[in-house]
Design a protein around this ligand. Sequence first.
Ligand SMILES: C[S@@+](CC[C@H](N)C(=O)[O-])C[C@H]1O[C@@H](n2cnc3c(N)ncnc32)[C@H](O)[C@@H]1O
Length: 324
Amino acid sequence: MLELALEELPRVGVPEGRITPELVQETRAAYQRQVTAACLRAIGTVGAKPPHPLKEDKKENFLLLVKKILKDRNLDLRHYHTELLKRRLALRLIATKLDSYLEYMRRLDKDPKEYDRLFATLCINVSEFFRDPPVWVTLRYLLETVIQKKLSSPDRRLRIWSAGCACGEEAYSLAIVAREATRRIAHNLEIKIFATDIDRECLKQCEIARYPKASIANVDQPLAERYFSRDRDTVTVEPEIRRMVEFSYLDLTSTDLIRETDLVLCRNVFIYFDHNLQKEILSKFCASLLPGGFAVLGKTELLPTASSCLYDEIDGNARIYRKK
Ligand SMILES: C[S@@+](CC[C@H](N)C(=O)[O-])C[C@H]1O[C@@H](n2cnc3c(N)ncnc32)[C@H](O)[C@@H]1O
């Protein structure tokens, strides 16, 4: 497994000359941390995996519930992966000690706060700063290149969209890289990261910008010291980075989008969606991106074949694509 970390570097597009012993060591350590975290997560998930409610695991009532959520809360789950949805719903059925989707619909009517708990369960908002470190080696390089290009163009705006931002770790990681790339030069580039999600609790968390210490495990020491303040168990993102990010509610299944972006990251969000919805969202990103802009998906997510007419693959391993 560790050897993969080494093979990974050239494949994620790091030029030969940039593969220093320090980078190799850093990548190895990051991989080890990732493997440990993935094992712990897997153990937790398998241990907590609930059975589907027997009599109510019926298509009809499930679809009724999905329609109700759309009608009441305008969240369209019709093209989410059914099995994933059912597993998450089962967690709420167990927690509310209800046996069926019908009873659960009644509960939603009686206790609208249950919607908040349901959404918190549906939105698997696990994230961390510089998640998938080997991919960030390439992302950093990409962002630096985009910034260099902007600096020599008349366009004074760099706009990045972190779509499905969870609690903001990805957006702040982008801001840190952008700040690092520009902090030693005089420039008048206006850098803005738009970070969006449908989880309102997460969005509140994003604004507070306080995280458990463990969430910065992948952040290089000098960056951690420069851009985070610490108290006993938590770290808080420094205001100069927070000012670069704007958080808002945006449902990717709606027609809303962020306009005129140079780079869109939508990582580890497509797991929720079926192929058709993924295709639609990729068209939306295409409409959002400026000509030649980049889209980045999660490490385990593939560009649907039908969307390859919209994008050229830049780095298949890091899942980086350029708008045609
Ligand atoms: C696993 S997190 C990914 C966070 C981050 N992008 C990363 O890779 O670490 C997935 C996020 O997608 C969000 N999400 C799910 N459905 C969505 C939708 N329809 N529109 C916007 N965000 C959505 C969830 O709320 C959750 O915060």
